[in-house]
Design a protein around this ligand. Structure first.
Ligand code: NI
Length: 285
């Protein structure tokens, strides 16, 4: 049974002709396919045999319940099954907020059997790595853990491990109600941060502040300094360059909360904590 469940795909699509095509395309490979005709049908099948499925392949646009709404409902049921979307019109890369729902990517329609199999293989592989990284690496480091004082090293390899790490950092940050998270806070002494000010969610690798202006004060907290709040003066506007988790260059002009989060998280990469801005706050640690 473990062999079956490790390759059992729930295909959700309102086009009745698609599922048999997928089944045929994967016939020579070790995939077992179950078909659902819409999101409600998929939830019913999930409720009946939730431990059986290893992956869900769903159309984005379906009448009644979209692929993203299905992902939300599955998440509410506690599902951790990776979900691969398929669409005539994929947005690549998938918005980070979608990925935090467990959506692993988007397969553009129409696809060849090879593309389909590659996408399923890749989604399964990524999901396994995410599980491994969760188990091994993502433990919150709390002051005075010396790792929080390390100067983090630049990242030079942009592979699926880094992609999996960034996704896991987003999930970790959100589960802990944070708006930003830096590598050392989860035991990774490398230059990677994630930030989400509720308007912009981004992962930055090797971020550098290249311009800064204005000054603002705001009271900040930090997941690694529980219970501590410090009034920190920071630049009101910053220009930051770096790379995304896929290695593409990124340049951001930020102000308001996002500017503050970026400065706070980049501080972490240099071993600086908010308590350094107010030595008195260390009395409460
Ligand atoms: Ni922090």
């Amino acid at each position: 049974m473990s062999g079956l469940s490790s390759r059992h795909v729930l295909v959700v699509d309102d086009e009745p002709e698609l599922c048999p095509v997928i089944r045929k395309a994967l016939r020579s490979y070790d995939y077992h396919i179950t078909c659902a005709k819409n999101g409600y049908d998929a939830l019913r099948l999930y409720d009946q045999e939730r431990d059986s499925f290893s992956l869900i392949l769903t159309d984005i646009n379906m009448p009644g319940m979209s692929g993203c709404e299905l992902a939300l409902d599955l998440k509410a049921r506690g599902s951790r099954i990776p979900i691969l979307l398929m669409s005539d019109d994929c947005i690549q890369p998938l918005p980070i907020k979608c990925r935090s729902l467990g959506l692993s990517g988007c397969l553009a329609k129409p696809f060849t059997p090879d593309k389909l199999r590659h996408a399923l293989d890749e989604t399964s592989r990524m999901a396994n790595r995410v599980c491994e990284s969760t188990a091994k690496a993502l433990n919150l480091r709390v002051y005075p853990d010396p790792i929080l004082r390390e100067y983090c090293t630049p990242i030079s390899t942009y592979d699926s491990d880094l992609q999996a790490l960034s996704e896991q950092m987003f999930i970790f940050m959100r589960e802990n109600c944070g708006v930003g998270l830096a590598g050392p806070q989860v035991g990774i002494i490398e230059r990677i941060i994630v930030a989400d000010d509720s308007e912009t969610a981004l992962c930055l690798v090797n971020p550098e502040i290249i311009s800064a202006s204005g000054t603002e004060r705001m009271v900040e907290g930090c997941l690694s300094l529980p219970g501590v709040q410090v009034d920190v003066a920071r630049n009101a506007h910053v220009g930051v360059i770096g790379k995304r988790q896929d290695g593409k260059r990124i340049s951001i002009e930020a102000d308001g909360l996002l500017a503050r989060i970026l400065q706070h998280e980049i501080d972490h990469l240099n071993g600086t904590l908010i308590c350094d801005y107010d030595p008195v706050s260390k009395m409460y640690l």
